[in-house]
Design a protein around this ligand. Structure first.
Ligand SMILES: [Zn+2]
Ligand SMILES: [Zn+2]
Length: 319
């Protein structure tokens, strides 16, 4: 697991097994994501797919440009994909008929692109790269992309609760309580090494299905978003405070500590605290709170607690 960025301003993590590499979320600009990958000695060309937890900007900011640049498929749940497409084309309210039409157009654009790559000249008219694209380095100048900012090289759907495989990685998405269309976390298991890693951020509380999903995990990226006092006394407007604190908001240091003290099985070699708020948390507070919770359990060895960072990748965790 390599956490490239984690926090309210952007999230992205590489999960790799012996044969497969996936990027979970793309919440920074394409340029910044490529920079972070380089800093972490990760070859972007080695990525097999991008997986998306939910459509909030801090998880998808660089998605379209990065996926088109790397020409790799993006895995969403269908409601999350729909919400993302709507977000990318904000002036359209999309009916289901329109949505089907959109999928058809995307399919045709991909087929045309494939034909073009296979040497069928003249299928698509190339346009001069227009200005205004969020990443001027992008090298996919086909007409379809210019018309449709939500166009992707390929889209695959998964359903939370149902596992699927990419190469030798088995992936189980699980539903999280959060104010998005169909938010989820992921458990990753490598077929050959029987190591399990999980990502659980952006959740208002710890429901039973999440607790179950986080059993027997070796490396756990877990949200520790805010300190309750800092949030209450902080600068956020009342409505935003309510949202963060709600059952579909984010886990506080306190809620995370409560999970670690009461429900967590103590199995992990590493627990990485992530999605810290820059406004309403201090890394030292989050760390202290989690360490105290683990210490109360007495018998738990291993369980090294690390802090993910917003501004730079942290060292890869290899088991
Ligand atoms: Zn979110
Ligand atoms: Zn988030």
């Amino acid at each position: 697991m390599t956490v490239l960025a984690s926090g309210s301003k952007g999230n992205s993590t590489v999960i790799a097994s012996a044969e497969t590499r996936v990027l979970v979320d793309a919440g920074l600009s394409c340029r910044e994501l490529l920079k972070r990958l380089a800093m972490a000695n990760e070859d972007p060309a080695a990525l097999d797919a991008i997986l998306i937890t939910h459509e909030h900007t801090d998880h998808v900011a660089g998605l379209a440009v990065l996926a088109r640049r790397l020409r790799i498929p993006v895995y969403f749940s269908e409601p999350t994909h729909r919400a993302w497409v709507r977000q990318m084309t904000p002036r359209t309210t999309m009916t289901y008929a329109k949505w089907l039409e959109h999928l058809q157009r995307e399919k045709e654009a991909r087929a045309a692109q494939d034909a073009l790559e296979n040497g069928a000249v003249g299928v698509l008219t190339y346009l001069e790269a227009a200005s205004g694209e969020d990443d001027p380095d992008e090298d996919v100048p086909e007409a379809a992309t210019r018309r449709d900012p939500a166009s992707l090289p390929a889209v695959e759907y998964f359903q939370p609760g149902t596992n699927f495989s990419i190469g030798d990685l088995m992936i189980t998405p699980f539903t999280t309580p959060h104010d998005a269309a169909d938010p989820c976390g992921f458990v990753f298991e490598s077929a050959s090494e029987s190591i399990r890693m999980a990502i659980a951020t952006d959740l208002g509380y710890m429901p039973p299905n999440v607790k179950r999903a986080l059993e027997r995990i070796d490396v756990l990226l877990l949200e520790s978003n805010h300190d309750l006092e800092m949030l209450k006394d902080g600068p956020y407007p009342w409505a935003v405070k309510q949202r963060v604190l709600s059952r579909v908001g984010h886990l506080s240091n306190h809620a995370t500590a409560e999970f670690l003290a009461r429900d967590y099985d103590g199995n992990a070699t590493y627990i990485v605290l992530g999605h810290l708020s820059e406004t309403n948390n201090v890394p030292e507070l989050a760390l202290l709170s989690a360490e105290e919770a683990i210490r109360e359990r007495g018998k738990l060895l291993g369980n090294r607690i690390l802090l993910a960072q917003q501004s730079a990748p942290i060292a890869s965790i290899c088991l």
